[in-house]
Design a protein around this ligand. Structure first.
Ligand code: HEC
Length: 163
């Protein structure tokens, strides 16, 4: 028994040893901290995802010369999209949020959005215009597929993007 509790202590210590190399990889141990965001998926869509995605589409627009792309801003907006993943995976105050996040296809669309955003981030860091354009296309696809299946005709919280 003593041996077992000693082992558990060691196991706990080793998971709590803080940041280490490769901490961003999916194989690193995580502590799940349960909470519900105090905003709705509708609000996150309008105030974060839509804003950030439009910046990336504008940057990837072939009408803009490569030299005009502010790569650091592209990088920051890609990070905003990647950061939104947790909010739209957990759901918040929206009336339908809890129902949406429980669906397998919802999580697949969230992953599509995330993968496109990761590609945009990599493109920004490598200053690769062609790859940024591919990331932009994948991004549109994720919005469209998810909206087709889940977005109500009238946003549940009444939030739409004004510009
Ligand atoms: C995982 C599913 C999913 C993905 C991916 C997704 N959305 Fe949404 N989006 C929704 C849902 C559901 C709503 C409606 C929320 C509500 O009414 O409560 C919504 C609402 C919105 C709204 C507000 C309603 C409106 O018509 O103005 C905007 C803007 C929006 N999304 C933009 C985007 C953009 C841009 C992308 C892609 C970069 C995107 N969304 C990706 C599910 C998704």
């Amino acid at each position: 028994m003593k041996l077992i509790s000693g082992f558990i202590t060691i196991a706990l210590l080793s998971t709590c040893s803080g940041p280490r190399e490769g901490a961003g990889s999916s194989s690193s141990p995580r502590v799940n901290i349960p909470f519900t965001p105090d905003i709705s998926i509708n609000e996150v869509m309008v105030a974060q995802i839509d804003h950030a995605a439009h910046f990336i589409w504008n940057a990837a627009n072939p009408a803009n010369a490569a030299s005009a792309i502010d790569w650091q801003e592209v990088e920051h907006h890609a990070i905003q999209l990647i950061a939104s993943r947790s909010a739209i995976s957990m759901g918040g105050t929206g009336v339908n949020d809890a129902m949406w996040i429980a669906q397998t296809s919802w999580r697949e669309y969230v992953n599509m959005l995330n993968n496109a955003s990761l590609l945009a981030l990599e493109s920004a860091r490598q200053q690769d215009v062609a790859q940024l354009s591919r990331a932009g296309d994948l991004l549109v696809e994720s919005c469209e597929l998810c909206h087709r299946q889940y977005k109500p005709a009238i946003p549940t919280e009444g939030f739409t993007h004004p510009h």
